[in-house]
Design a protein around this ligand. Structure first.
Ligand code: NAD
Length: 445
C-alpha cells in the first residue's frame, strides 16, 4: 500500500540519480502536526485593492507578512486578494506579481487566492474576471513543485474577509491539513459564528458518528476526529467487529455494529449517540463499496448493492436525523468520489451513487441549515488504501506519477483532515458543497 518509489526517490543517492535521469521526484507532502507553524515561512500578500485588513489578520495569527519578497528568503505562502476585480485586465498585475515570487516558495508552500463567485457578478466583464481567477489559479497549481499547492476561496458577495467563515477556510487551505487539496475553489457564505477556541482541538466536546470506520479512510477519519477532540462512535458491519473494536479503542470511542442499509439504521445510530453521549453533533457517511463491471456486463445485484450502501442508506439516515427533532441538526459530511464527477470506466453504478451523493448534498443544504447544521461532501481521488492496492502494480504506478505536480496518491489521513474541517466551526460558512481531495487529478478542473 505504501508508496515505495516516493520513499526511494527521497533517499540521498537515489534522488541524485532520479534528477539526472529526469524521473518524477514526488516530495513528501507537508501534513498537519500539532505544534508546527501554520505555514513553513513568511506570507507574501498580493492584493488588487487595499491589503491592510488581510495583512492584519495574518499577523494576528502570528505569521510574518511581506508585501514584497526579500532576496534569499523562502516564502511559506502567497495570499492573493482579488475580491475587488471587475475586469479581466485587472488580473495581469497581481498574477504577474505572484509569478515573480514562485521561485521563492518553500517546499510544501501554499498559494491561496480570495475572489468572488462568477455567477453572482452583475456585469459580464466582472463575471469574466472572476471566472478568469479560477483558470489562472488552477493552472498555477499544475506548475508548482515540491508539494506546494494552489487553491482559492470564493467569498460570497457582501462578505468581508474578516468573517469567521472566510478566516476558517483560509486557515484550512494554508495549513498542513489541506496537503492533498489542490486546484480547488471553496465557496464560503455567511453562517459562521466564530472560529474554534482551540485550533488544535477544534471539535472538543462534540460527538461524531463515522460509518465504515473499521478500516481504510473511515478508520483514519475516526482517529483524526478524536485527535481534534471529538468523542467518536465507530460504525461498521458485524463481520468487521474485531477491526472495528481496535479502531474505536484507538479513537477512545465506542463501536456500533450495524449494516447501514437496514431500515432502522438511523434510529439505532441516534439511540446509541443519545444514550452514550447525550446527542449527535457530527455525522460522517463514509461506508462505501465498489462492484465494478462494464455496463454491458452489469447485473442488477451489483447495481443495486452499490446504490443501496453508497447513496440510499445516506438518504435514509439523513431523513432520520432531520426528523429526530433532537435539538440541533448535526454537521454532516458525506464521502463522494472523483468518479462521480469525471466518470470512470467500469464504474457506472459507483459513479451514479457518488454523483448522487453530490446532488443530495446540494439539495439538503437548506434543510440542515434551517436546523442549525450543514451538509457537505468530500470527493477523494486516488487514495492509498486496500481499495487502490488491488489495482495492478503497473497501472497503479503510472496513475500515481501522472498526477499533476504532486505526482503521488493521497493518504487516508488527507481525506480525514478535509472531513474534520467540514465537521467543525471553521467551515461554518460552507454548506451544500463538495470539496475534492484529489491532488488535482481531474483534467480541466
Ligand atoms: P474500504 O473498503 O477500505 O472500507 C469501507 C468500509 O465500509 C469497510 O470497513 C466496510 O466493512 C464498511 N461497509 C461496507 N458496507 C457497509 C454497510 N452496509 N454497513 C456498514 N459498513 C459498511 O473503503 P475506503 O477505501 O476506505 O473508502 C471509504 C470511502 O471513501 C468509500 O465511501 C469510498 O467509496 C470512498 N472513496 C475511496 C477512494 C479511494 O481511493 N480509496 C476514492 C474515492 C472515494
Amino acid at each position: 500500500m505504501a508508496d515505495a518509489y516516493l520513499k526511494l526517490v527521497n533517499s540521498p543517492p537515489a534522488s541524485v540519480i532520479a534528477k539526472k535521469l529526469g524521473l518524477p521526484r514526488p516530495t513528501e507532502l507537508r501534513r498537519y502536526r500539532r505544534g508546527q507553524p501554520m505555514v513553513p515561512g513568511p506570507v507574501l500578500v498580493v492584493a488588487s485593492g487595499a491589503a491592510e485588513g488581510l495583512s492584519g489578520q495574518l499577523s494576528g495569527w502570528g505569521l510574518e507578512v511581506r508585501r514584497r519578497t526579500a532576496p534569499g528568503e523562502k516564502l511559506g505562502a502567497i495570499v492573493l486578494d482579488l475580491t475587488t476585480v471587475s475586469d479581466p485586465r485587472e488580473l495581469s498585475e497581481p498574477m504577474l506579481a505572484v509569478g515573480a515570487s514562485l521561485r521563492d516558495l518553500a517546499p510544501g508552500a501554499r498559494v491561496v487566492s480570495i475572489s468572488r463567485p462568477a455567477d453572482s457578478a452583475s456585469e459580464p466583464a466582472a463575471a469574466a474576471a472572476r471566472q478568469g481567477v479560477q483558470g489562472a489559479v488552477r493552472s498555477l497549481a499544475r506548475e508548482l513543485r515540491a508539494g506546494a499547492t494552489a487553491n482559492g476561496l470564493l467569498l460570497a458577495d457582501g462578505m468581508d474577509l474578516a468573517d469567521p467563515g472566510a478566516l476558517g477556510a483560509l486557515q484550512f487551505l494554508l495549513s498542513g491539513r489541506s496537503a492533498y487539496v489542490d486546484g480547488q475553489f471553496l465557496l464560503v457564505g455567511p453562517g459562521a459564528d466564530q472560529l474554534p477556541e482551540d485550533a488544535d482541538r477544534p471539535l472538543a466536546g462534540r460527538t461524531a458518528v463515522v460509518t465504515g470506520a473499521a478500516r481504510g479512510i473511515g478508520a483514519a477519519i475516526a482517529k483524526v476526529l478524536h485527535r481534534d477532540g471529538a468523542r467518536v462512535v465507530c460504525v461498521d458491519l458485524p463481520a468487521a467487529g474485531e477491526e472495528l473494536a481496535k479502531v474505536s479503542n484507538a479513537a477512545g470511542g465506542t463501536a456500533l455494529q450495524l449494516d447501514i442499509t437496514s431500515d432502522d439504521a438511523g434510529a439505532r445510530i441516534l439511540e446509541h449517540a443519545r444514550s452514550r453521549y447525550g446527542g449527535l453533533d457530527i455525522m460522517v457517511h463514509n461506508a462505501g463499496i465498489t462492484r465494478d463491471k462494464l455496463l454491458a456486463n452489469m447485473d442488477q445485484a451489483r447495481w443495486d448493492s452499490v446504490i443501496n450502501v453508497n447513496l440510499a442508506a445516506q438518504l435514509r439516515i439523513n431523513e432520520a436525523l432531520l426528523a429526530s427533532g433532537a435539538g440541533q441538526a448535526p454537521r454532516v459530511v458525506c464521502l463522494a468520489s472523483t468518479s462521480g464527477i469525471a466518470g470512470n470506466r467500469g464504474q457506472t453504478n459507483y459513479a451514479a451513487s457518488k454523483a448522487g451523493v453530490i446532488g443530495m448534498v446540494g439539495a439538503s443544504a437548506a434543510a440542515f441549515a434551517e436546523r442549525g447544521g450543514a451538509i457537505n461532501a468530500v470527493a477523494p481521488g486516488f487514495i492509498e488504501t486496500e481499495m487502490t492496492a488491488r489495482i495492478p502494480w503497473g497501472t497503479r504506478e503510472v496513475a500515481r506519477r501522472l498526477l499533476p505536480s504532486l505526482q503521488q496518491g493521497g493518504l487516508p489521513v488527507d481525506v480525514a483532515e478535509a472531513v474534520a474541517f467540514l465537521a467543525g466551526d471553521a467551515a461554518g460558512g460552507v454548506n451544500g458543497r463538495t470539496l475534492r481531495v484529489c491532488g488535482q487529478s481531474l483534467v480541466g478542473a
